[in-house]
Ligand binder design. Sequence first.
Ligand code: FE2
Length: 239
Amino acid sequence: MKKNKIERNVVSLPLQEVGIANYPDSLDKEFEFIKGIEYDKDPNPDDPRIQTSIDKFILFRPELKKLYKFLQREVDSYVENILHSSTKLKINSSWVAMNNNGGRCEPHTHVSVINGCFYINVPDDKTPLILDTYNCLGVREGFDISVKNNDLVLWDNKLSHWVPSNKNKETRYSLAFNTSYAEQFEFSLALAEAFNNPNSDVKNIKNNKGEVPSETTDTIIKSLHSNNLKTDKNNINKI
Ligand SMILES: [Fe+2]
């Protein structure tokens, strides 16, 4: 008897709409500034990870004004032309990621709507950005995005992302940022600041109506810490 065998059927699934742009001018001055800022210490140099700038709002520094304008313009364009939406998203928190030889980054998501990463110095093409999708049984069907200097990648925060070890002796520098809905911008800044500074007085955070939801905010901050940045806008919308 002929053995029955299941065959693979291909159906149309929504494509992952990743945005890619390239900054057209030199960023030598910005690169010098970025190399000179302070970074978190790596707690375990034997198993190195990406180290991030102490300043988690680095794009608001005057030295990066030109780059900030370009990135916000590209976010606007991605939302309008690729996501086909009139929603206004604003860049809120942003930080530099320094990837020394051997440094890597585990899969994670952010507190964000869409994520952005801009590549300031990529020593070779062996350290891509990797975005993960999974089928219904949890088998990874992710994809790698090869990046070079001055590239910007934008993607949906629902996709977890990670970076393999930097095999190059030269340090790889990238600048990552989060976005929030424009009407929640002030609140999201306060929330991000509270997240970055666990000792900050979270009771002073106001939502976008000017109210002080201390209990709820406190709960959200604790949840952000315990979930390693894995939260979503639904929590924030309830405030
Ligand atoms: Fe990230």
